[in-house]
Design a protein around this ligand. Structure first.
Ligand SMILES: [Zn+2]
Length: 275
């Protein structure tokens, strides 16, 4: 096959033998790719410094039909994201995002949307690496945007039980098992199976609004990201953690509550509005 030349983000790696390394990268065209890099750990390696996690690179390599462990050709670093490496907060946020991508990305599967999300995240994290509050909100937005890209988008506009449009309330009951929120009527008549403690929780209107925005669009600019108070952020992150843990144990479901493509429309969401 002809050599492939494309952008990639280094998402991790593991040492292999005394001098080599296996390196994982996320690419737009082929999803996660694994490379055996011989001599990568030697001081004189031509790859020294270019295969660090988070690096945005341009790689060339030959794809083969019978193998998914490729031999790396040329690597040019396009962005080393120095800001991320100088700030503990930024480094932590970037690690969280990259770990999640490593978990959910597939080999040999087109991954342009994931690539765009991760590169956007890393570049904003790099730019705002000293702003801890911003980074925390950005990571929350990243996690929720990711749910929609992998077919796990929660249902937040209509009740997951009766399908009626939600009306404005202070809190909504979120049913992990059904992948979204239910109306006060449905939430008030518990079914033991899906209102069990580990499956449900109450979520504030403000938290749902942030999640809804994040699902539809990842911020392109720092100004696009609503700043969250500590308690609101905690609520959103806790829900993301439980939601992802719950659903990543299963295969993404088909059907209305978990559409495969992101919806389009206004970001000024209110339950009960048509947009
Ligand atoms: Zn309902």
């Amino acid at each position: 096959m002809d050599p492939v030349r494309q952008q990639a983000i280094v998402i991790g790696g593991v040492n292999y033998s005394d001098s080599s390394r296996v390196v994982w990268m996320l690419t737009p065209d082929y999803g996660r790719q694994s490379f055996l890099v011989k001599g990568a750990r030697r001081q004189k390696s031509k790859y020294l410094g270019s295969l660090e996690t988070f690096n945005l690179v341009r790689v060339s390599y030959r794809r083969r039909e019978r193998s998914s462990l490729y031999t790396l050709g040329e690597v040019d670093v396009e962005n080393h994201f120095g800001g991320i490496r100088r700030s503990l907060d930024a480094f932590w946020a970037a690690s969280q995002a990259t770990e999640l991508i490593k978990l959910i990305s597939h080999e040999e599967q087109e991954g342009a949307a994931l690539f765009e999300l991760l590169s956007g995240f890393l570049s904003l994290t790099d730019r705002k690496s000293g702003d801890r509050a911003f980074l925390a909100s950005l990571l929350a937005a990243f996690r929720w945007r990711l749910t929609s890209l992998i077919g796990l988008e929660p249902q937040l506009v209509e009740c997951v039980r009766c399908e009626k449009k939600l009306t404005r309330a202070e809190k909504y009951r979120f049913l992990l098992i059904r992948g979204g929120v239910c109306c006060a009527e449905c939430g008030g008549s518990p079914e033991p199976a899906d209102l069990a403690e580990e499956h449900a929780g109450l979520v504030s209107y403000e938290a749902l609004r942030f999640i809804y925005r994040s699902i539809r669009r990842f911020p392109a600019d720092p100004e696009d990201l609503p700043q969250l108070s500590g308690s609101l952020l905690g609520e959103i992150e806790e829900l993301a953690r439980r939601y992802l843990a719950y659903h990543l144990d299963e295969k993404p479901r088909e059907g209305k509550i978990l559409p495969r493509t992101a919806p389009t429309g206004s970001l000024n969401w209110k339950p009960g509005n048509d947009n």
